[in-house]
Design a protein around this ligand. Structure first.
Ligand code: ME8
Length: 649
């Protein structure tokens, strides 16, 4: 029976802001899946989208569309991206898929019935962008320790998962099976920062988020998005469904490959859930590093992504899928972060693909066509030939060893060491000189045969990594495109086989010129300054004295109650505690905050504004917000905990 290999990527948030960093996990998984298929294993490769939660709910509301209406086009874009990059998954799971929803409900039911899920009250800090809860002690300077953004204090009835109960078993797992989580540095992080610090039970349901999977035993609650999302690894195989044959065949997963920022969820919460379900654990979790720009994680929300050189759609259009795949699989040492620049990208693909590989295959095929028309026979071998032959024969085991360690950069390094050796062999054997001497014809044939074999075996071994070039190379030597690892050894080519001259498969790029052209394009695309912006600048307010400013009384208030103002879409009515006093305040922020979110917030309030009535409701102050160019409002809140009534100066 064929060996099984189940590999997963994380399921992606439907953010739409996809950049080359996002492609990293999935392209590596695709290469691993292709590699294992070529080893003759039965592979199942899962990816998909993580569609529930507050973030999507809010974005959709902001645009006045339903969550599905907001997500569907984005899912289409993501699938297009995978298509462009030749990512061949076996299932694209959407967490809104009916079978997934049913499976998540079954998981909750099972855990509830076994007593691993219980009801209590939750109070904690929630980071909406990360969809993660934190305790006060875990916050960094009052902000989310992962992304540094604002968190909100939330109190609600919630179901809890008995995560604390599984802490001893998790510690034992890491002691006994250090291979479970890789690289090793992530194990230390999990054990020291989380497990040894002690685990608290995890809130796994929300009443305030409507866009989620309803719990089967209490429909007021929706499933916490991370439990919903992690369950995809089981639901995608039909776990607990009517047909669970894939689950029986493929679970446990051989590999969950994830970015390092989400290791915590995969290495602590997920195994604990599986332990509670009585399921075997995945064999390996690997937390890879990030593509950085200027030392920071490449991220469109941080605006460090420049479209022409970070947008995967644009990159594939300009340089081809193989170039993008190659860069991702080769450049960043596996497990570490790697700085990304357009220049590094272009330099890498130019040097390795256009120069080294492109040169080798086009020179070899051209010399064969020019001198023999067909593949010449291999005659008597010299020591130089034997050395090349040995390298050709030794390549598969080396690539295999690297890929066992998931190390695609190392595997490619091995393949390109053979490419470099073959190019050197051309310089050493000087076939263009041999071609001038009819007495050296047999020697010329032997040299070209060796080169053809080196090209062919490189192409076969490159197949998991590159999806276009290998078949072009194989075709030019009349080999079938599905040639596999069984023929990754010297001597498979038959003398007399038809050879076609390969045109350059990777165009050579003048890096400096290309960068200048892209820069020009970016400038042309810069949005023209809006007239209103110019007017705003012109109308900059006149300077005021400190006395003028001190006429405004600003204080910290705590929102203790909040409701929508009837008949208004924009207004919220807050009761704000300022010291011992309670104030009634109306603010135009209903589009950006729900009443539930407002409760517990500390805000900056103008306390000496003349009271007015708005839509019939008394307003005794103004809550300060920041407004971006599109008119989106964000509350100003104190950076550290401070008592209500504190003066703002
Ligand atoms: O985390 N460099 O989804 P996601 C390398 N929905 N990898 C990067 C990267 C960068 N600059 N930026 C993003 C989620 N990624 C959850 C997962 S799984 C049960 C739920 C990677 O869309 C990131 O590390 O934010 C992750 O592996 C993948 O892109 C999807 O991230």
């Amino acid at each position: 029976m064929a060996k099984k290999y189940y590999i997963t990527t994380p399921i992606y948030y439907p953010s739409g802001n996809w950049h080359i960093g996002h492609c990293y996990t999935t392209v590596i998984c695709d290469a691993l899946a292709r590699f294992h298929k070529m080893l003759g294993e039965e592979v199942f490769f899962m990816t998909g989208t993580d569609e529930h939660g507050q973030k999507v709910e809010k974005e959709a509301a902001k645009r006045g569309v339903t969550p599905r209406g907001f997500i569907d086009p984005l899912v289409g874009q993501l699938k297009d991206m995978w298509k462009l990059l030749d990512v061949e998954y076996d299932r694209f799971l959407r967490t809104t898929d009916e079978d997934h929803v049913r499976c998540v409900q079954n998981i909750y039911r099972k855990l509830y019935e076994s007593g691993d899920i219980y009801k209590a009250e939750y109070s904690g800090y929630y980071c909406t962008p990360c969809e993660a809860f934190w305790t006060e002690a875990q916050l960094k300077g009052g902000k989310c320790p992962d992304c540094g953004r604002e968190v909100t204090l939330q109190k609600e009835e919630s179901y809890f998962f008995r995560l604390s109960k599984y802490a001893p078993r998790l510690l034992k797992l890491y002691e006994e099976n250090p291979e479970f989580l890789q690289p090793k540095s992530r194990v230390n992080e999990m054990v020291n920062n989380f497990l040894k610090a002690g685990l608290t039970d995890l809130s796994v349901s929300r009443t305030t988020v409507k866009w989620g999977i309803p719990l089967p035993f209490d429909e007021k609650h929706t499933a916490y998005v991370w439990i919903d999302a992690l369950s995809n690894y089981l639901s995608g195989l039909g776990y607990s469904g009517t047909d669970d044959s894939l689950y029986r065949k493929f679970w446990p997963a051989d590999l969950h490959l994830v970015g390092k920022e989400i290791v915590r969820f995969h290495a602590i919460i997920w195994p604990a859930i599986l332990m509670a379900l009585g399921e075997p654990l995945p064999k390996r979790i690997y937390g890879h590093g990030w593509l950085l720009i200027g030392g920071e994680k490449l991220s469109k929300s941080k605006e460090n992504a420049r479209p022409e050189l970070t947008d995967p759609y644009e990159l594939v259009k300009r340089y081809g899928a193989d170039a993008v795949r190659y860069y991702l699989l080769r450049e960043i040492p596996f497990g570490s972060d790697g700085e990304y620049t357009g220049e590094r990208f272009l330099t890498r693909i130019n040097a390795d693909l256009a120069n080294d590989l492109g040169n080798l295959v086009s020179r070899t095929s051209a010399m064969i066509v020019q001198n023999f028309g067909v593949l010449p026979p291999c005659g008597e071998k010299t020591a130089l030939d034997a050395e090349l032959e040995e390298m050709v024969n030794g390549l598969l085991p080396k690539v295999k060893r690297a890929m066992d360690g998931l190390n695609a950069p190392e595997a490619l390094e091995e393949i390109f060491a053979l490419v470099a050796r073959a190019n050197k062999y051309i310089d050493e054997t000087t076939p263009w000189i041999l071609a001038k001497d009819p007495a050296k014809r047999e020697r010329l044939g032997t040299v070209l045969y060796h080169l053809a074999e080196a090209c062919r075996v490189c192409a076969v071994l490159l197949k998991p990594f590159l999806t276009r070039a290998p078949s072009l190379i194989l075709q030019s030597f009349s080999c079938p495109a599905d040639m596999g690892f069984e023929s990754a050894s010297f001597g498979c080519l038959q003398a007399g086989a038809k050879v076609e001259k390969l045109p350059p498969i990777f165009p050579r790029i003048d890096v400096a010129k290309e960068l200048a052209a892209v820069e020009k394009l970016l400038k042309e695309k810069e949005p023209p300054r809006r007239e209103s912006e110019e007017r705003e600048e012109e109308k900059a307010l006149p300077q005021i004295s400190i006395e003028d400013f001190s006429k405004v009384e600003l204080k910290i208030g705590e929102v203790v109650a909040c409701e929508k103002v009837k008949k208004s879409e924009k207004l919220l009515h807050e009761t704000v505690k300022v010291g011992k006093e309670l104030r009634s305040v109306v603010s135009g922020i209903a589009k950006f905050y729900t009443p539930e979110e407002m409760v517990g917030k500390r805000v900056v309030l103008v306390t000496n504004l003349k009271p007015v009535k708005l839509c019939g409701v008394l307003s005794e102050g103004m809550i300060l917000c920041a407004e971006d160019e599109e008119g989106n409002l964000t509350l100003l809140t104190p950076e550290r905990a401070v008592a209500s009534g504190a003066k703002v100066r």
